[in-house]
Design a protein around this ligand. Sequence first.
Ligand SMILES: [Zn+2]
Ligand SMILES: [Zn+2]
Length: 266
Amino acid sequence: MEVEGRLLPQGRDFVIELRKDRPRERQNFTCAHELGHTFFYDSVPTIKYRSLASVEPHHDEQEEKLCNIAAAELLMPATIFSKIANDFLPSPQSLQEIARTFETSLTATVLRLHGLKLWDATFILWKRRGSALTAAWIARPNRGLTYFPPLAVGDADSSGIYDALRNGKTTVGEEWLTFQNQYRRCHVISACMSNSSAILSCVAGHTHAPSKPTAPHTPAMLPLPLEYDCTCDGTGWRSFKKDGRSYAARCRAAQHFTRCADVPQD
Ligand SMILES: [Zn+2]
Ligand SMILES: [Zn+2]
């Protein structure tokens, strides 16, 4: 299958096919996106045509956009997403943690954070090419996502971004970045990704820029998420009933505890 996923009508139902070889977060988004298409199925004749004759994905840009909005809302419902995101300060770790919580990709998550105006920080994913780093994407508030932006580190030797790559640690500091050949002094937090071939950087937005310059490469004062108590039974999930239905929710604690011998037997 050439596409990420597709929606196939089957009798009165639909079947969503997803590519097996994609990361789970990507599959989640594609699945939610295809669910979005079911809302248009009855009203747009062109899609029916697709189901009869063609396996090609249709390219109705408006509908694609709406399905992406629907997918973001399904996977990261505004109310609960805002509540959780507000517990974090913008940082590479925070973005990764929120993405883990919602099982969404970094890009989908940062777009949601910007879309809901929750964070005023720019995020950059750098990928290692030989000994150099190139920007794979940049996500800026109000400007969306740009792949392979004309962005570079001013001076690799003194760069905290490179330091994060070389030493696998988180760095915080001021440094020069060039964007479209213009130099800009930025306050950057950089963290090495688990596969150690990529660095995720968070560039403070204007409102978050510290008034006092921070010493470069000091991993101190990282914003930490709030701590949560374990509310599950050790599985990482807790189930609850509401309006007669059963729901499952993720336990937000960092560590889970099994409670078994608490209840006295008779
Ligand atoms: Zn689509
Ligand atoms: Zn727990």
